[in-house]
Structure formats: structure tokens, C-alpha cells
Design a binder for this molecule. Structure first.
Ligand code: GDP
Length: 379
């Protein structure tokens, strides 16, 4: 320590002598030492190299999960430049897609979706498959993060090399979130995943979105108080290709079997699906891994059935069409509502409608006319 440093230190201690707490006997406040900065200024963050469209496609085709993950992040990004790259990647991946089984899995929270996906997934892997678990969670927009498709909920699957798990994209409308999940399916298929699970909570419209992107729709139910049929929306039951009653174990077996009988009876009341497949009802236990092969056998038979009668292809074509229109609707709406002048006009018109100055129809027509004129669209 040179003289200068010594003097500085002494003067620091000298300052401490005037510290008010030093007036108390037996208490001595020493000078502190200067704290180093929180972040090491010498640490250079390695910037992730920017991948080109071809890098992405090549990485995905080789089944590189890191590149696949980055590509999905791009798909989910709201940054317009990312979207441009993402769309190019998707277009280049399209020729390598369509070869998987896409299976939607729904059920209310607590029905046992994650437990079941864990064991269903292991069943797929044991048969030599490669599995992607995706999710659509309509609540994630509000909660800023989805619990569905979360790795921590799928203990067995999350440590398997042939599994890609991705939670629900959290930003945007349900339509937007669903479109991103659908595009992620394309990337996963190009990466060689032959089974895709799309998980959702069986409480709202998200089932319709999932139904429109999967080949098979599985509804997980619980045996409850005997009125379980009232608890589920008729629409969801109508969409289901299979209903499985979970937690058929311990002293719940009788109740589960009773619930299964009730579901079978209820299903007979629905018109036969255009696939010509009569939905089946099976009891199982995800936790104790009972009847898992029965559930899987049902799904195998469904795929054999729809591949043989051509419904598999027909449904996929219908879905392509549906998504084209969905994308158009989504983008038209997004453009319209993000126009600042439209936004301001809507605020005024809203008040006029609320105050009975204008009818809702006239107000809507006015705003649309304004938007059409602004964009030179003939209405
Ligand atoms: P999710 O919210 O639909 O994903 O449901 P979880 O898979 O998290 O399961 C909810 C609770 O039910 C957890 O405490 C599980 O341990 C339990 N559970 C799941 N499957 C079974 C089952 O087959 N039998 C029994 N007894 N409990 C189960």
C-alpha cells in the first residue's frame, strides 16, 4: 500500500469516528469497503449467432432440439422481422410435414392431464416414437405464462431425449395463440416428431381451436358426484373421439365404471360423426398406469379406421382451409383495431351508442366506411 492509499484509508476511518453510533461506548463503526459492481464489467456476453433461414431449416431437419426451440421462439415472436423469417422457415419445412399423429388432450384442471400425458408419452416412446407436447392455454394471456405443457409437470417425459415440450405461447388472442401452436406443429413434424400432443384446459373455446388442428381429440374426465354429464359442455363431448375416465383406482373404481356407463349412454344420443367412428369410453388410471395400453389401442384403431376410409386426409384438408380463413380473419381484425384513427373513432362511437345517439349498426357502418375509404377499399 503506498502512502496515498494509506492516507485515503486513514481519512475514511477518521470520517467514521464522526459516525453518530460511535458515541455509544463499546460500539465502533468501521469504514466499509467499496462494493464491487453487481455485474462483472469484463464479462462479455456471447451473442447467440443469428441463424439464417437455411440454418433453421437444416437444424430442424436434423432434429436439433435447440434449433427447433429457437425457431418456435421466432414463430411466437411479435416482432415483424422475426415473423418474416419464421414464415420462410415454415414454408421450407412444409414439404416435410404431415406425417405425424396429432392428438388433442383436454380436461378440466385436476383431471390428470399432465400425469396422463407423462404415461401416454412414455408409451409412445417405448414403441420407438418421437413426441412433441404443445399446449394452448387461453388463460395464459392473463396470467402471463402457461402451466400447460410445462416440463415440471411431466417428470418422466421431461428427461427423455426424444421429447420436445413447449408450453402455450402466451401473447395474443386465442386465435393468434392457436395459429402459433399450429405452426409449431409444422416445425415439430419437420424435425421428425411422429406424435404430437396438444394439451388444453377443457373449459372454453380453446377446444374448438385444438380440434381444428388435431386428428384425434381425447377428453379426460373424472368420476364425480354422479352429475358429471352436466359439468361438461355438450360441444366438447361432441368433439371427442374418445372419452377416458381417469383415476379408476382404489375405492374410486366403481364410481369410474358408473361414470363410463353414463358417458356411453350419452354418446349414443349424439349423431354419428362424419368420420364414421363411434367414440369409445375407457376407464384408466394415469397415476397407477392401469389400462394405458387399452387407451392407446383405442387411439390406434381410430387411426386405422380413418386412414382406411379417407377421413384422415379429408379432415386435414378441411383444417388447412379453416386455418387459411382463420388467418385472414385474425389479420384483418388486427389491422383494423390497431389503426389509431379507428381506435379514436371507436371511442366516440361507443359513447354515441351508449347514449342512444346512434344505433349500433349505423355506428359500426360509419367506422367501417371510414376505414375502407382510408385504405381505398370499395365496400
Ligand atoms: P391436470 O391439472 O389435469 O394436469 O392434473 P394433474 O395431472 O396435475 O393431476 C391432478 C391431481 O390428480 C394430482 O394430485 C395427481 O397426482 C392426481 N392424479 C392424476 N392422475 C391420477 C390417477 O390416475 N389416480 C389418482 N388417484 N390420482 C391421480
Amino acid at each position: 500500500m503506498n502512502d496515498n492509499e494509506m492516507n485515503n484509508m486513514n481519512s475514511e476511518f477518521a470520517n467514521c469516528d464522526h459516525h453518530p453510533e460511535n458515541d455509544y461506548a463499546g460500539l465502533q463503526v468501521n469504514a466499509g469497503i467499496e462494493q464491487p459492481p453487481m455485474v462483472n464489467p469484463y464479462l462479455k456476453r456471447k451473442k447467440r449467432p443469428q441463424l439464417s433461414v437455411n440454418d433453421y431449416v437444416e437444424g430442424i431437419r436434423k432434429g436439433n432440439p435447440a434449433v427447433l426451440g429457437q425457431a418456435v421462439t421466432l414463430v411466437e415472436s411479435l416482432v415483424p422481422e422475426h415473423q418474416i423469417v419464421a414464415q420462410e422457415v415454415i414454408t421450407k419445412c412444409l414439404p416435410y410435414t404431415g406425417n405425424s399423429r396429432r392428438i388433442g388432450i383436454t380436461g378440466v384442471p385436476g383431471a390428470g392431464k399432465s400425469t396422463s400425458i407423462d404415461v401416454f408419452g412414455m408409451h409412445v416412446l417405448n414403441q420407438g416414437g418421437k413426441l412433441a407436447v404443445l399446449a394452448i392455454d387461453p388463460s395464459s394471456e392473463r396470467s402471463k405464462g402457461s402451466i400447460l405443457g410445462d416440463k415440471t409437470r411431466m417428470e418422466k417425459l421431461s428427461i427423455q431425449p426424444n421429447v420436445f415440450i413447449r408450453p402455450s405461447p402466451s401473447a395474443g388472442s386465442l386465435g393468434g395463440v392457436a395459429r402459433k401452436t399450429r405452426e409449431t406443429i409444422v416445425l415439430c413434424e419437420a424435425a421428425g416428431y411422429d406424435t404430437i400432443f396438444v394439451e388444453t384446459v377443457g373449459v372454453g373455446q380453446s377446444e374448438t381451436a385444438v380440434h381444428s388442428m388435431v386428428d384425434y381429440f381425447l377428453l379426460i374426465q373424472l368420476a364425480g358426484t354422479g352429475d358429471e354429464l352436466q359439468g361438461i359442455k355438450r360441444g366438447i363431448m361432441e368433439m371427442a373421439d374418445g372419452i377416458v375416465i381417469n383415476k379408476c383406482d382404489g375405492d374410486n373404481v366403481d364410481r369410474a365404471n358408473l361414470a363410463a356407463a353414463q358417458f356411453r349412454n350419452a354418446l349414443h344420443l349424439f349423431p354419428l360423426s362424419p368420420s364414421g367412428w363411434l367414440p369409445e369410453v375407457i376407464t384408466y388410471s394415469g397415476y397407477y398406469e392401469l389400462n394405458i395400453d387399452k387407451v392407446w389401442d383405442m387411439i390406434d384403431r381410430y387411426f386405422a379406421h380413418v386412414r382406411a376410409n379417407g377421413f384422415f386426409e379429408e379432415k386435414r384438408r378441411e383444417q388447412e382451409k379453416y386455418w387459411m380463413f382463420e388467418t385472414i380473419n385474425e389479420q384483418l381484425k388486427a389491422r383494423f383495431y390497431s389503426d389509431h384513427e379507428v381506435e379514436r373513432m371507436l371511442e366516440i362511437k361507443e359513447q354515441m351508442v351508449l347514449n342512444n345517439v346512434q344505433s349500433s349498426f349505423v355506428a359500426a357502418t360509419d367506422v367501417l366506411e371510414f376505414y375502407y375509404n382510408k385504405n381505398k377499399i370499395n365496400s
